[in-house]
Design a protein around this ligand. Structure first.
Ligand code: ADP
Length: 546
């Protein structure tokens, strides 16, 4: 209903026709209804209006609604302006005005007021009739804040929020503000006239949640909900809205009001983020597959290394055995030349065996198959044994080999054979990377923290600082070219580090290019040794100068 046709007010103007307005009053019984003339003279004031404002209809015959409800001239001016717009036909149909009005007891009220032209039977306007809703009652601080106190009147658009209202009884959409109609791309008129339009634009995923939020508000419980719509141009738009029950004077929910804001930008950002996350997830699973592939290639590689090394070691041990027998003359007398030749082969065989041991250990480490650390051994003995192994090479290079060892044993729990291999690797490097006639020092001592410390120091070529981080990587060599001057496979230090760490120890390196290198191995000593060792152990210094 857009207009109320009436000729009289039952309560105030006795000259108006009671019968013709009765219909209108019954229809709006649940709402506060008032009507007034262009200059503000009150024509109709129903019970709902009395309950809303505290002003009874009796005695209002000569009252002016502008001065009765508006606090000041400005607010009264705004209300008069709305009245003029309605009477001149320039006020938009089915549109509410938010107003701040004053009750009889002086208290402020925020109301939504929907004005209609009040027409005579002849068709001429006699005033404005309006239906009021108490917005304060349903908790609308946002409206109160947005109202300009100086103007006293604000329309919903000015609140910066999307607003639409649905009739609680019929489910009819009866109000949509500009922002909401802009969001959907349809005019307010189109949305109101075609009642199927708004529901049909709701994206399927949001249909149910929106429906149940409306139902909940109809039952009197406000709910917030996110809703997605298809815009007129086919794009998707989103809003988050709180659906409030709008109650009539009798406390009955008469309408549901949705107040919300446009969250399309946020949703678009979210979906861009979701797409990126999805791409990341896909990339991650591709990487995982590649990682698995690489791991199986790695496993295959260590399997091959283990098998080949094992096959090489067996005949090599036999060759060494016969070589030793020949060198000892067990298989017949030798000429000096033959003995020299056999000595050279013995050293090469030894070098090959060390390489094979390292390769086997590398393969074991890769398969996490190093044997458990069960035995207790004397660290000093392993250092001495490794030094003995390298002595011949050092002598051939004319190196001074200084060995400083304590007399007292230093017991370590672990694997003596592998530890000896660690020191042999360090000594082998020290010898290899030393210039002819250089010096290699091996020193074994105990730290204040009851650790055994074995230092292997040389005065050789040194390692550039930038390379220090990588020398413990498998197969890494500072000079990795095929034309490099020093032999090796690049796994000695990788194996040494792994073995030392398995002994709960650590390996440290200091080096200066052109000056030399020092490797220090720290391993925890067995507790009982700490108890028996009260003073620094005496030192045995074995110095071998060429
Ligand atoms: P390699 O069998 O090549 O010696 P390692 O794993 O034992 O393999 O050592 C890795 C690399 O670290 C060597 O190739 C070398 O470049 C560098 N390096 C190790 N020890 C020394 C040292 N005492 N002096 C100079 N460079 C060294």
């Amino acid at each position: 209903m857009n207009t109320i046709t009436m000729a009289a007010s039952p309560f105030i103007d006795k000259r108006l026709d009671m019968g013709s307005i009765a219909t209108a009053l019954v229809e709006w019984a649940a709402y506060p209804v008032a009507a007034w003339t262009k200059d503000g003279r009150i024509l109709i004031w129903n019970g709902g209006m009395a309950a809303l404002t505290g002003w009874d209809a009796d005695g209002l015959e000569d009252e002016n609604i502008y001065s009765l409800l508006c606090q000041d001239d400005k607010a009264a001016g705004s209300m008069a302006r709305v009245t003029n717009q309605v009477l001149s036909g320039s006020y938009p149909r089915e549109t509410d005005v938010c107003m701040r009005v004053q009750r009889k007891d002086g208290r402020d009220l925020i109301v939504a007021c929907r004005p209609f032209p009040l027409l005579k039977n002849s068709g001429g306007p006699i005033g404005v009739a309006a239906v009021f809703q108490d917005l304060d009652k349903i908790g609308r601080p946002i409206v109160a804040r947005a109202l300009d106190p100086s103007s006293g009147v604000a329309v919903d658009q000015e609140l910066g929020t999307l607003v639409f209202r649905i009739d609680a009884g019929s489910g009819r959409l009866f109000f949509v503000n500009n922002l909401m109609s802009d969001l959907l791309g349809y005019s307010q008129q189109e949305l109101i006239e075609d009642q199927r339009l708004l529901p049909s634009r709701i994206l399927p995923d949001y249909d149910e949640s929106f429906g149940s939020a409306v139902e909940s508000a109809v039952r009197g419980v406000a709910r917030s909900v996110e809703v997605g719509f298809v815009h007129r141009d086919g794009g998707e738009v989103f809003c988050v809205a709180t659906l409030y029950p709008l109650k009539g004077a009798g406390g009955r929910v008469v309408a549901v009001e949705a107040v919300g804001r446009d969250i399309t930008g946020r949703k678009q950002a979210e979906s861009r983020l979701e797409r990126s996350l999805q791409q990341l997830r896909e990339a991650y699973s591709r990487l995982q597959v590649q990682h698995e592939d690489l791991k199986s290639v790695e496993r295959l590689k260590s399997q091959i290394i283990a098998n080949v090394s094992h096959e090489l070691r067996t005949p090599l041990v036999t060759i060494r055995g016969y070589n030793d027998l020949m060198r000892q003359g067990v298989l017949g007398d030798l000429t000096d030349g033959q003995r020299k030749g056999l000595d050279i082969s013995a050293r090469s065989i030894q070098r090959l065996l060390v390489l094979i041991e390292n390769l086997l250990d590398y393969a074991r480490i890769e398969r996490r198959g190093l044997s458990p650390l069960r035995e207790t051994f004397n660290l000093v003995d392993t250092v001495r044994a490794a030094t003995d192994d390298i002595r011949e090479d050092a002598m051939r290079k004319n190196l001074s080999l200084d060995v400083i060892l304590p007399v007292e044993p230093m017991f370590v729990r672990g694997d003596a054979k592998r530890m000896r291999q660690v020191f042999l690797n360090l000594l082998d490097n020290a010898t290899k990377f030393s210039q002819v006639s250089g010096r290699v020092t091996v020193k074994c001592s105990m730290t204040a923290k009851n650790e055994g410390c074995v230092e292997v120091r040389d005065e050789g070529i040194g390692i550039p600082e930038s390379e220090l981080r990588r020398i413990f990587d498998s197969f890494y060599q500072v000079d990795g070219s095929t034309t490099r001057s020093y032999p090796g496979a690049g796994i000695g230090l990788a194996v040494a580090k792994e073995v030392v760490e398995r002994h709960n120890g650590r390996i440290e390196v200091e080096s200066r290019e052109g000056k030399g290198t020092s490797f220090k191995v720290f391993v925890p000593l067995e507790q009982n040794i700490e108890a028996t060792t009260t003073t620094e152990p005496a030192l045995v210094i074995e110095s071998e100068s060429p």
